[in-house]
Design a protein. Structure first.
Length: 244
């Protein structure tokens, strides 16, 4: 594995663990500026500030280390741009199918629907809308670089698709720390790995991943409206059904 790849992995892990150092630093600075570090509001704002800062800095580090690869001319094994665009758009529906299928299996296994990880993220978004940038864009980009381009890509050269996708997808699932839904996250990992190996363009799974996360956020933010719409729609179908 390239030296740059190892640095990116270390930077990503450091970002995940940096809350334990970064937040206290921000609270200390807040105290120097006259704010009360013990205040729940200040503690929450400190967490949000560090979350956004750490993700942005890590993304900048990744893009800087990958700058030479991004400047390289298109490899001969890359899928052409029009087909890649088609796979990127189709990848959204493929991701939805994989997620739905995994959800059905989880329910058959007795696993309750609903992700604690998603609920915590939505609480952050509701309180601090800027977090949407991290959840919908920066997070997916970083995850595709780390889990698909680096981990899956490195394993794929030696182990082929299935084993490489299995290992990288399990690591991807565990990294979300929502162990009751490992199957759900792993299925997404498999889907994004397939898109990457099919097109040889990391931008394709990045696009699908960003779209999926954005879709989930939009659905969660409009959950009450969707339920209301379903109830109205259900009433219309029953009305129409009475004449058929």
């Amino acid at each position: 594995m390239k030296k740059e790849y190892w640095i990116i992995i270390i930077a990503y892990i450091a970002m995940q663990l940096s809350t334990f150092v970064g937040v206290p630093v921000i609270l200390f600075i807040a105290g120097l500026l006259g704010y009360n570090p013990a205040s729940k509001a200040i503690q929450f704002q400190s967490n949000v500030i560090w979350l956004i800062f750490s993700f942005v800095v890590t993304l900048i580090i990744c893009l800087f280390l990958l700058r030479k690869e991004m400047r390289n001319p298109m490899r001969s094994d890359m899928m052409n741009i029009p087909s890649s665009i088609g796979w990127a758009i189709g990848g959204i529906f493929l991701s939805l199918f994989a997620q739905t299928f995994a959800g059905i299996i989880e329910r058959l296994l007795g696993i309750e629907a609903g992700s604690e990880n998603t609920e915590q993220i939505m609480q952050l978004i509701n309180a601090a809308p800027l977090v949407i940038i991290v959840v919908s864009m920066i997070g997916p980009i970083l995850e595709e670089i780390v889990f698909r381009k680096i981990i899956f890509g490195s394993l794929y050269k030696r182990l082929g698709f299935f084993i490489s996708a299995l290992i990288s997808s399990l690591i991807f699932a565990v990294a979300h720390r929502d162990f009751s839904h490992i199957l759900l996250y792993a299925s997404m990992g498999f889907t994004f790995a397939f898109l990457y190996v099919r097109t040889k363009r990391i931008l394709v799974p990045i696009f699908a991943h960003v779209a999926m996360n954005s879709f989930v956020v939009i659905m969660q933010l409009n959950y009450d409206r969707i339920i209301e719409w379903q109830e109205k729609y259900s009433g219309v179908t029953h009305f129409i059904g009475g004449f058929l």
